[in-house]
Design a protein around this ligand. Structure first.
Ligand code: GAF
Length: 373
C-alpha cells in the first residue's frame, strides 16, 4: 500500500493503522443543509486514505503522498498551512470538544479527482477523525465524528459549510444514498441500484473553480439567514406557505427562499419516486434543481450550464450541478445506451466554446469511512 510505504519512509516505522474516507456526490438537495433541510448524497469510490500512529507528546507530524518534501511538524496546530489545516482542524476540534487526544504521525494519500467538487476536504477531515477515534478509544458515533469534522472546517479552516459532506463521508453505505435531515440529523440509507434500471450516473468534471466562489458561499448562507429572520422562522426549512413568504420578501432573499423551499420538496419527491421504483422519473427533478440553482440561488456558472444542457440534449434523463457550485462537477442520469451520445454532445459543446475538455467519471454508491488495516 502506497500510503504505508510513504509512512515508513517518512517516520521509520509502520503506522498503527490505515483509514479511508470517501468523497461524495449529491444526487439532490443543494444548499439546503445549512437551512436545516434535506439532502440525498452518496459516497463516491474516491477519497482519502490516512496512515496514522499515535504520539504521546501531543505533537502532530503531517505528510502527504501528493506533496512530497512538504512535511509539517507542529506543536501549535495554528502553525499548520495549506491542506494540513484540515486534519489539524480535526485534532483541534476533538480537543476543544474535551476529548483527550494526544498527537500523531500522519501520512495522507488522496485520489479524489482535482477540481471536481467531490468533497476531498470532508474526506480528509473524516479520515482523520476516524483514525483518532480508533487510536484514542473514543468510540464516538459516526454523526459525532461528522460534526467534529464540520467544526474543524467551520471554525479552524474558516469555511462556513453545512453538515452534508462530512455526514456523507462518515455515514454512507455501499449501494445506497444517504437521506439526511439536517435538522434532526436523522438519516436513512436509500437503496440506489441505477444499473438495475439501465441507468448510469455520469459525473462531468468541469475542472473549473471560479475564485470568486470563496466569499459567495458565505453570502448565500447569509442571504438565507436574513430571509429566515425576516420571516420570523428559525430556518428556511420552516417555511410552509411559500407564496405568502415570497410576498413578504424581495431581491436576493426572495430568490434564495424560493430555491431552498422548493429544493426540499424536490428531495422528498425524489425519495418517493425511488421508493416506488420509478428511478428514471427523477430526471425531471434533477433538471428543475439545476434551473433553480442557476436562476434563484445563482451558484452555477457557464461551464456547468453548458454541461447540463448538452447532457440533456444528448439523451440524459436529467442533469444538474452538484455541490457548492461556481465550478466543480455536474451529474447526469443517463440511460446506458445513451452514454456515448451524452459524452459526445458535452465534448462538442465545450470544444465549440474553446474550453478544455471536461473529464467523465461514473459514480456508484461506495461505502462510507472505514478502517482498512
Ligand atoms: C458545499 C458545502 F460544504 C455543503 O455543506 C453544502 O452546503 C453544499 O456545498 C451545497 O449543497 O459542498
Amino acid at each position: 500500500m502506497r500510503v504505508v510505504e510513504v509512512f515508513r519512509a517518512a517516520y521509520g516505522s509502520d503506522p498503527a493503522g490505515v483509514w479511508h474516507a470517501p468523497g461524495r456526490v449529491n444526487l439532490i438537495g443543494e444548499h439546503t443543509d445549512y437551512n436545516d433541510g434535506l439532502v440525498l448524497p452518496f459516497a463516491v469510490p474516491w477519497g482519502v486514505t490516512a496512515a496514522v500512529s499515535p504520539r504521546p507528546d501531543g505533537v502532530v507530524r503531517l505528510a502527504s503522498v501528493q506533496a512530497p518534501g512538504e512535511e509539517q511538524v507542529v506543536e501549535d496546530l495554528d502553525q499548520t498551512r495549506g491542506w494540513a489545516r484540515y486534519p489539524a482542524g480535526v485534532v483541534w476540534a476533538l480537543r476543544r470538544a474535551g476529548h483527550p487526544v494526544g498527537g500523531a504521525d500522519i501520512v495522507i494519500d488522496g485520489d479524489v479527482p482535482r477540481g471536481a467538487g467531490l468533497s476531498s476536504s470532508a474526506a480528509l477531515e473524516v479520515a482523520t477523525a476516524l483514525a483518532f477515534d480508533d487510536l484514542y478509544g473514543l468510540a464516538l458515533p459516526r454523526m459525532e465524528l461528522a460534526k467534529i469534522a464540520q467544526r474543524a472546517e467551520n471554525d479552524f479552516v474558516g469555511m462556513p459549510c453545512g453538515i452534508m459532506d462530512q455526514a456523507a463521508s462518515a455515514l454512507s453505505e455501499e449501494g445506497r444514498a444517504l437521506f439526511l435531515d439536517c435538522r434532526s440529523l436523522g438519516s436513512r440509507a436509500v437503496p440506489l441500484d441505477l444499473a438495475a434500471h439501465g441507468l448510469r450516473l455520469l459525473i462531468i468534471n468541469t475542472g473549473v473553480h471560479h475564485e470568486l466562489a470563496d466569499g459567495q458561499y458565505a453570502r448565500r448562507r447569509q442571504d438565507c439567514e436574513n430571509a429566515a429572520k425576516r420571516l420570523g422562522v428559525p430556518a428556511l426549512r420552516d417555511v410552509t406557505d411559500l407564496a405568502g413568504a415570497l410576498a413578504r420578501l424581495s431581491g436576493d432573499e426572495r430568490k434564495r427562499t424560493q430555491h431552498v423551499v422548493t429544493e426540499n420538496h424536490r428531495v422528498e419527491a425524489v425519495i418517493g419516486l425511488l421508493r416506488a421504483g420509478a428511478v428514471r422519473e427523477i430526471g425531471a427533478l434533477l433538471n428543475a434543481s439545476h434551473l433553480s440553482l442557476r436562476d434563484q440561488f445563482e451558484v452555477s456558472c457557464p461551464e456547468l450550464d453548458v454541461a447540463v444542457e448538452a447532457a440533456v440534449r444528448g439523451g440524459a434523463r436529467g442533469a444538474r450541478m452538484t455541490g457548492g457550485g461556481f465550478g466543480g462537477s455536474a451529474i447526469a442520469l443517463v440511460p446506458e445506451e445513451r452514454l456515448p451520445a451524452v459524452r459526445d454532445e458535452v465534448l462538442r459543446a465545450y470544444e465549440a466554446r474553446g474550453w478544455a475538455a471536461p473529464a467523465f467519471l461514473e459514480a456508484t454508491p461506495a461505502p462510507g469511512a472505514r478502517r482498512l488495516r
